[in-house]
Design a protein. Sequence first.
Length: 224
Amino acid sequence: MKIGIIGAGRMAQAVGLLAVKAGHQIMLSNSRGPETIRHIGQQIGCEVGTVDDVAAFGEMVVAAIHLQMSAAIPAAPLNGKVVLNPQNYFPYFGPVAELDSGELTTAEVLARLLPGSRVVKVLNSILVEDVVPDARPSGAKDRRALPIAGDDAGAKATAATFLDQIGYDSVDAGALADGWRFERRRAVYCVPLDKAMLEGRLAATSRDSFVPDGNWRFDRGIRT
């Protein structure tokens, strides 16, 4: 599959590397132009281009940029495409009233900007430094599971297949509106869990249940 990644930071590079290893064609982009990331493309073994190039190239696209930069993503070329949303909300990059109030989830914010796209919340609930080393072959006893959420069943199936290809099981957490269950300060956020553990914790997470920020430093999940 041709996969476009909007962004060229650590998450974009980690996902791109695993995707190349899985046999996908990858194109990275950033806001400064492809000439500034050609060395990254060479290291990963992928193409580089502009944001518009990536939007046109990808059969599936990963929005690996800060949530507050999402307005720069071109909507029209992504109509009908699966867009993976690994974004988290960090208010110090700029407040978003609908997120502060709990009116929307982070994925719903992106979906409003890309109304023709099939947005799936995925890959936000893992530390970027864990993405490559935690990947495991299908069936591995210590394989980690990641939550996904979306309003389109076919898009979620595509996302789950992609996760499996790059080394992870998945658990369907529901619609985009349910994505709060695995956002920051929730019990599963960035904690390495297998599929059964993740399913249990997601089911036990309520609107008013929070954990301290940075809880993953103490909750080691399947690593304990």
